[in-house]
Design a protein around this ligand. Structure first.
Ligand SMILES: Cc1cc2nc3c(=O)[nH]c(=O)nc-3n(C[C@H](O)[C@H](O)[C@H](O)COP(=O)(O)OP(=O)(O)OC[C@H]3O[C@@H](n4cnc5c(N)ncnc54)[C@H](O)[C@@H]3O)c2cc1C
Length: 378
C-alpha cells in the first residue's frame, strides 16, 4: 500500500491544474483511468476563453485565470498559453434584448467590449447574413482568446512533476473506503492510503462519490457536438473571430487549423461515457451555419462530442464534502472548465490547505460560498 498525502482522481484540466498546486505543499499523486491526460471533456472542447458565458462567479473565475494563461510559471515562463482571438456575439431583431443583457453582464468583467452594426459585422465575417431576418447587431470582445488544451494539460503535468508529484495512467479507481483517518483507494495495480482524496473525475464525479459513500452533488453531464468543415476555397478565415449567437438555439463557429469548427450548442443529457457525436446534432450544426451565413457545408471533415457537466446553479464546485472528512470536491466545470482552471486550482489550494482566501479571487468578486459544495445541499 502506497502512502500519500493527496490523491487526485481525474486527469482532466481540473485535476491536473489543482494537483500542480497541491504538489508544492504536500505529496500528491494524480490517478487517471485513461492512458493520457484529457481524453474526455478536456481534450474535446472548443478551447475558447471569453466572457460571453456563465454568471458573475464564472466570469470572475475567468478573469482571475488570466494571470496564468498570459504569464505561466515554470521553465518557459513568459510565453503565453493562449493566442489573441476576438469574439463576436450577434443577435437578430427578435433577440436584441438578449444582446443588451449580455452587454451589461460582460461590461462588468471586460473593458474590451464594443457594439457593432450590420456593416461592421460583415467587414469582420464577410459571409454573415445581415439585416432583415439575419444579424442586426453584435458585440465584439477583443479580450477573447484561443487556448491550447494540450499545451495547458502538459504544462500543468510538468509543474506537478517538477514539484515532486506523480501521474499514474491506466489507474482506474475501483474502490474507495474510509479507514481511520485515511482513504483507502484501489486501482488495478496499486492500493493507496491518502489523507485527502480529491474528486476531479469530471462526468464520473458523482459515481465516484457514491462509490465512497459520499452524498453526490447532483451532477448532470450534457453532450455537446462539434463539426469541422472546409472553408470556401481561396478564402482566408484564420482571422475570423469566435462567432456566437446570443440565443441558445443557435450555434458558434471558429477557425481552427485550416477548418471552421461549428457547434449547435446542444445540451443533451447523457450518462458519463466516452460520448460520440450524434448525426442529428451534426446536421443541425451545418444547417444553422448555412441559415446564418452564405457558407455551404459540403463535407464534414472532423466531428466529435464531449460532456459538459453541471451542478444545479452551473457554478464549478471546490471544497470538502460536508458529510465526509478528507473528501474534496473539484467538479461541475460545465462549459468553462478550461478558461476557469487556473482560478479553480487556486481556490482549491486555499480551501484544501486552509489558506487565506486569495486576493486575486476576491478582486474579481469570487468568494468561497459561491463554489463550496454546502451551497448545493440547502
Ligand atoms: C464540445 C465542448 C466544448 C467546450 N468548449 C469549451 C471552451 O471553449 N472553453 C472552456 O473553458 N471549456 C469548454 N468546454 C468545457 C471543458 O471542456 C470542461 O469544463 C473541462 O474539460 C472539464 O474538465 P474536467 O477535468 O472536470 O473533466 P475531464 O476532462 O472529463 O476529466 C475527468 C477525468 O477523470 C477521469 N476519471 C473518471 N473516473 C475515473 C476513475 N474512476 N478513476 C480514474 N480516473 C477517472 C476521466 O478519465 C477523465 O480523464 C467544452 C466542452 C465540450 C464538451
Amino acid at each position: 500500500m502506497k502512502q500519500v498525502d493527496i490523491l487526485v482522481i481525474g486527469g482532466g484540466i481540473a485535476g491536473v491544474s489543482a494537483a500542480a498546486r497541491f504538489a508544492q505543499r504536500a505529496s500528491t499523486v494524480l490517478l487517471e483511468r485513461e492512458s493520457a491526460l484529457g481524453y474526455h471533456s478536456s481534450g474535446r472542447s472548443a478551447t475558447f476563453y471569453h466572457f460571453g458565458i456563465g454568471d458573475d462567479a464564472v466570469r470572475g473565475l475567468t478573469a482571475a485565470s488570466r494571470f496564468f494563461f498570459a504569464n505561466p510559471p515554470g521553465e518557459e515562463a513568459g510565453s503565453p498559453l493562449w493566442q489573441e482571438k476576438s469574439a463576436l456575439f450577434f443577435a437578430t431583431s427578435e433577440t436584441m434584448d438578449q444582446l443588451e443583457a449580455l452587454e451589461t453582464e460582460m461590461r462588468r468583467f471586460s473593458d474590451n467590449i464594443s457594439r457593432v452594426g450590420p456593416a461592421e459585422m460583415q467587414a469582420i465575417v464577410p459571409v454573415m447574413k445581415v439585416g432583415d431576418g439575419g444579424a442586426v447587431a453584435g458585440l465584439v470582445d477583443t479580450g477573447g482568446r484561443k487556448l491550447d488544451a494540450d499545451l495547458l494539460l502538459q504544462k500543468n503535468m510538468r509543474l506537478l512533476r517538477a514539484a515532486g508529484g506523480e501521474v499514474m495512467f491506466n489507474a482506474c479507481v475501483t474502490g474507495i473506503v474510509r479507514e481511520g483517518d485515511r482513504w483507502i483507494v484501489d486501482t488495478p495495480d496499486q492500493r493507496y492510503a491518502a489523507r485527502t482524496v480529491v474528486n476531479a473525475a469530471g462526468a464520473w464525479a458523482d459515481e465516484l462519490a457514491v462509490m465512497a459513500g459520499v452524498r453526490p452533488l447532483g451532477l448532470t453531464p450534457l453532450r455537446r457536438t462539434i463539426i469541422g468543415f472546409d472553408p470556401p476555397q481561396g478564402l482566408d478565415v484564420s482571422g475570423w473571430p469566435f462567432l456566437k449567437t446570443v440565443f441558445d438555439d443557435g450555434f458558434y463557429m471558429l477557425p481552427d487549423a485550416g477548418l471552421l469548427l461549428a457547434s449547435p450548442m446542444d445540451v443533451t443529457p447523457s450518462p458519463p461515457c466516452d460520448v460520440q457525436p450524434d448525426d442529428y446534432e451534426m446536421a443541425l450544426a451545418a444547417w444553422r451555419v448555412e441559415e446564418a451565413t452564405t457558407l455551404s457545408v459540403q463535407r464534414i471533415a472532423a466531428r466529435w462530442a464531449g460532456l459538459r457537466t453541471f451542478v444545479a446553479d452551473k457554478v464549478p464546485t471546490a471544497g470538502f464534502a460536508p458529510d465526509a472528512p478528507g473528501f474534496f470536491w473539484l467538479a461541475g466545470q460545465g462549459g468553462y472548465g478550461l478558461q476557469t482552471s487556473p482560478a479553480m486550482a487556486l481556490a482549491a489550494e486555499a480551501l484544501l490547505f486552509g489558506l487565506p482566501w486569495p486576493e486575486l479571487l476576491s478582486e474579481h468578486g469570487v468568494e468561497p460560498h459561491q463554489i463550496r459544495p454546502e451551497r448545493l445541499f440547502g
